[in-house]
Design a protein around this ligand. Structure first.
Ligand code: MRU
Length: 359
């Protein structure tokens, strides 16, 4: 992704003992990068959502673990760092997937080789994520082309919820990758962007990305999506996901379930884009996915920019009221039209997933 003409990934190495991220809590008002030097700093960045998005926190967790190996390459230390990083965010399976992959690449290896091996494995995880996102883009493009063929000369309207773009991955994105490719292929597109509450990631991150890439878009209050579907103004929905269970249930940013219900009621195709690192084969269905409960402050306050350019946080609720803030919800597989993966498109069923990922 290019920002002001410069190509960025969402995570990059700085020498061989540090790595960089974009501080996403500062977007869209400020573009600030951070350099992380330890597993503790990586854990803080993930917990505070300076870096976020399921595939991206997998890559950041992997680099964090690699840095811990520089300090202590023993099995014990690797297991401790893994645990510390894994507990930062519970819902996205990619984080645990990447950490366990790192562990597998390190234990049973000679201690003297572990620093180099860890850095190389984290790099592989990041590069593979880019390749998977790019393949998801090409596969999803076919669906958008199909819709464009049915309405020649007219704009294809796509709704996306939250941020599943390059800021949520190492590059390209999952849900947004097909959108970027369709835009680059000259298909006239317009994107309805939501998740305006509780964290505002549609308005602050997805809109920032789409604007940077020149894709036409409009921000919607979360409650407005169903209305535009009823009006025939949404041709398809594409969202990302933090965890897909073996039967095809989908955990994603809170509010996704309501979008899926509205899409079903209005015969709007509802696609979920995911790399295979997001599939949790160990859970039979979505009932056991741990749902992260986040700070009530995300509901009771909002961050914004004042007329003088300074960024501040304001209270928006009645003083003294509490708030509940589940970060994710589970969309049942029956509401999902299909999965867009790096290996192709499949039904949101266990058979569909197994047809693409037999082992
Ligand atoms: O809480 P976040 O911002 O880490 O979660 C973001 C989402 O829910 C995304 O849609 C999801 O991670 C998919 S990212 C490709």
């Amino acid at each position: 992704m290019k920002i002001n003409g410069q190509h960025y990934r969402s995570v990059w190495t700085v020498g061989d003992d540090a790595f960089g991220i974009i501080d996403q809590t500062r977007l869209p008002h400020e573009f600030v990068t951070l350099t992380l030097h330890s597993a503790e700093e990586a854990a803080h960045a993930i917990r505070s959502m300076q870096t976020r998005g399921a595939p991206l926190i997998g890559a950041v967790g992997a680099y964090g673990l690699a840095l811990s190996v520089r300090e202590d390459a023993s099995d014990d230390a690797i297991n401790k760092a893994l645990e510390m990083l894994a507990e930062t965010r519970p819902t996205a399976i990619n984080l645990k997937w990447a950490l366990w992959r790192m562990r597998g690449a390190l234990l049973n290896q000679p201690h003297g080789r572990r620093v180099a091996l860890a850095w190389a494995e984290a790099g592989k995880i990041a590069d593979e994520d880019v390749a998977m996102s790019e393949a998801i883009g090409f596969n999803g493009l076919k669906i958008i082309e199909g819709i464009a063929e049915q309405k020649p000369g007219q704009t294809v309207n796509i709704l996306t919820h939250c941020n599943a773009g390059w800021l949520a991955t190492v590059d390209y994105g999952t849900a947004l990758a097909p959108i970027y490719m369709a835009h680059d292929a000259g298909i006239p597109l317009h994107v309805w962007v939501d998740e305006t509450r509780p964290r505002n990631q549609g308005a602050s991150l997805t809109a920032f990305e789409l604007g940077s890439h020149g894709v036409a878009h409009t921000i919607l209050a979360d409650n407005a999506g169903g209305h535009y579907m009823q009006q025939g103004q949404v041709d398809m929905v594409i969202v990302g996901t933090d965890r897909v269970t073996a039967n095809g249930d989908v955990a994603n940013k809170i509010g996704t379930y309501l979008k899926a219900l509205a899409a079903k009621d209005n015969n709007v195709p509802f696609y979920v884009a995911l790399p295979s690192s997001t599939i949790d084969w160990t859970l039979a269905d979505g009932r056991d996915i741990p749902i992260e409960e986040r700070s009530p402050d995300e509901v009771l306050k909002m961050q914004g920019r004042l007329a003088d350019g300074s960024v501040t946080v304001v209270d928006i609720a009645a003083p003294g009221s509490g708030a509940a803030n589940p970060g994710f919800d589970v969309t049942p597989a029956r509401l999902v039209t299909g999965f867009i993966t790096e290996r192709g498109i499949c039904a949101a069923t266990s058979e569909g997933l197994r047809s693409l990922f037999p082992k």
